[in-house]
Each structure stands twice: as C-alpha cells, then as structure tokens.
Design a protein around this ligand. Structure first.
Ligand SMILES: [Mn+2]
Length: 333
C-alpha cells in the first residue's frame, strides 16, 4: 500500500503553525519520526513545536542538541498557547490510549490533525489518517512524506529518520526488514546520517543503573509451557535497587525472545503510577498484537504491548493464562 501524501501537502500549504506529538514512552521511531516531520516543516519556514506526553529518554538527546525541541506536556506552562492557529501532526500511534496525558488535549484540539502511522488497527482520532500497516517503521513513512511534499533530507532530518528505521527494525534484523529498508537507510546515509554515531549514541552510553537492571532482570528470566514462553518482571523496587529509571527497561524485552525455542517473550514492568505494562515479542508467527488487544493494548504482529490495572502477580497470571491458550492454538510453522 502506498500513501497519497497530497492531504499532508494541503495541510502544510494551509497552515503556518504546527504542533507535533507522538506516543507515551517514546522510542526511537517516535522521536526520529518527529525529527523528520519537524525538518520538513522548518524547510517550509513553519513555526513548529514538539510536545510529548512523556519526557525524552536521555539516550535520544543527540536528536535534540539544544535540549529545547522535545517539550514535556506536563511542563508546558498553562498559559502557553499550544492550539491557536496550529495544525497537529501525530506520528507513530493510532490510539487514544497511546496519547497518555495528552489524550484529552488532542480530543479538544481545534485545528486540523494528521496521523502518520504503521500500527495495526486504529481509533477514530478525527484525523487525516496517513497509514500503512505494512511499513516497518513510521520513520519510513515520514521519509516518503518528506520527499513527496518536496522536502529534502538534510543531515539532521536524515539522522532522525535513520534512528527511527533502525530502532523499529531492531537495527535491520527483524523480519520486517526488506531490501527497501536498506535502500532507505543507504539514502539517509548519503544525506549525511552517520550510522556509527547513531549506534554509539544509543547503545554505548549506558548508565551503570541500566546495566545492573539488565543483569537483575536476566537473572529472573523464567520459562514455561515447555520453554515456548519466557518472561521476566521488573518492579519499582527492582528499579530503585539497580539505580535505574523506567526508560532503562527499553529493549529489555528482546532478551526474553532470544532464548532458543521461545515463541513468545514477555516483560512485565510495574508502572510508576500503578498498574503493570507488559511488552510482548513473538517469534515463529504468533500474532501478539491480538493477545495485547485482549488486554486493551495493541501493536504489531511480532511486537506489542498492553497496560493492566492490577498488581504484578495478577497481571502475570492473567497474561500468562491468555498466552498459554494463544500458543496452544498456534502451531509454529
Ligand atoms: Mn513505530
């Protein structure tokens, strides 16, 4: 499916001021896609603000060298006007729940809104939906959009987009990676994105707290259903003991699916404001987005997540039960 970008061109032509946002707990695809959109809009001389429901994890600070571009919604002054004469561009999400504390703000946003996304399924966000569920990253769609709207890939824009695509494809290892993914990456490198700098910024600036958290989490990895499921838990107390912060758990779920024979990996993370978030990774073709949807979450076939209101024990029990029956019905190819 290829997207007709003329609605985005129209919104850019008709508006001078923009607001860009993305999902809670933003990842590389979310933030890198924002950079891509901001790059495009600034090339056209637009006034752009980027306001997110969550703070930006420190590992992504290289995308925002002045530290002023990614604004935190809770820190924006009440009197500060985010809506007058602005158009809203939302990247890498299609559901109200993923907007977190900004959901009500977006619901009442008066101007035009555009969604650029690749997640399965979507809520009616009252937006122009520019969507391709087969895309490996929202960043790939934004790259298409930038070029289709007559923008150019300058070094900064290309750095954001390469970050987005690399992160959502697991650095070009996930099954979603196609020849076109690598062609896009090549084009972004030609535009000035320094792949080695991006990698070092993301993976070789760990804190001791994150490394301790990885070690502790791995030491608690458990398998069940004859080794077809692997899971681990991270409580608030675990974070505190390791000297880690919530965003240090990003990517940790990938370890659960890296064990031989595991078809479903899960990481349960107790949330600062209560409840538990479970991240799911499927191998061998199980659709973990439908498992996530049964708990009010969503995502992609191979990677999904959901939030549960209960305690850690209740959440683990509920999701394990549903996961066992999903896997019992699923025959690995
Ligand atoms: Mn994405």
């Amino acid at each position: 499916m290829s997207i007709d970008w003329s609605p985005l061109r129209g919104v850019i032509e008709q508006n001078e001021r923009f607001l860009v946002t993305t999902h809670v707990r933003p990842d590389g695809d979310a933030l890198g896609s924002e950079v891509g959109i901001v790059g495009l809009l600034r090339q056209f001389g637009k006034d752009v603000r980027v306001v997110n429901a969550s703070q930006t994890p420190a590992r992504y600070d290289f995308l925002d060298s002045t530290g002023t571009m990614f604004e935190h919604y809770a820190s924006v002054a009440a009197a500060d006007d985010l809506t007058t004469n602005r158009a809203l561009v939302i990247v890498d999400l299609s559901s109200w729940s993923q907007l977190g504390d900004m959901a009500e703000f977006v619901r009442s946003f008066p101007g035009p809104r555009v969604v650029i996304d690749h997640h399965l399924g979507h809520d009616d966000l009252g937006a122009i939906m520019l969507k391709d569920q087969t895309a490996e990253a929202a960043g790939l769609l934004v790259m298409d959009g930038v070029l289709a709207c007559g923008g150019v890939l300058d070094t900064w824009t290309a750095t954001g987009l390469l970050t987005a695509i690399a992160m959502d494809t697991g650095w070009f290892r996930h099954p979603s990676t196609r020849p076109r993914t690598l062609r896009a990456a090549a084009q972004l490198m030609e535009a000035g994105a320094a792949i080695n700098d991006i990698y070092r910024n993301l993976y070789e600036r760990n804190t001791l707290g994150r490394m301790r958290l990885i070690g502790e989490t791995l030491s608690r990895l458990t398998t069940t259903l004859g080794g077809r499921i692997a899971y681990a838990t991270v409580t608030k107390a675990d974070l505190a003991r390791a000297g880690a912060i919530p965003s240090d758990s990003e990517d940790l779920v990938d370890y659960t699916a890296s064990i031989r024979g595991v078809e479903l990996g899960m990481l349960f993370i107790e949330q600062p404001r209560g409840g538990v978030r479970v991240s799911l990774r499927a191998r061998t073709g199980l659709d973990c987005s439908s498992l996530a949807r049964s708990f009010g979450g969503g995502g992609h076939h191979a990677a999904a997540a959901a939030s549960l209101p209960g305690s850690m024990d209740e959440s683990v029990e509920a999701v394990l039960g549903a996961a066992r029956s999903a896997l019992e019905q699923h025959r690995a190819p």
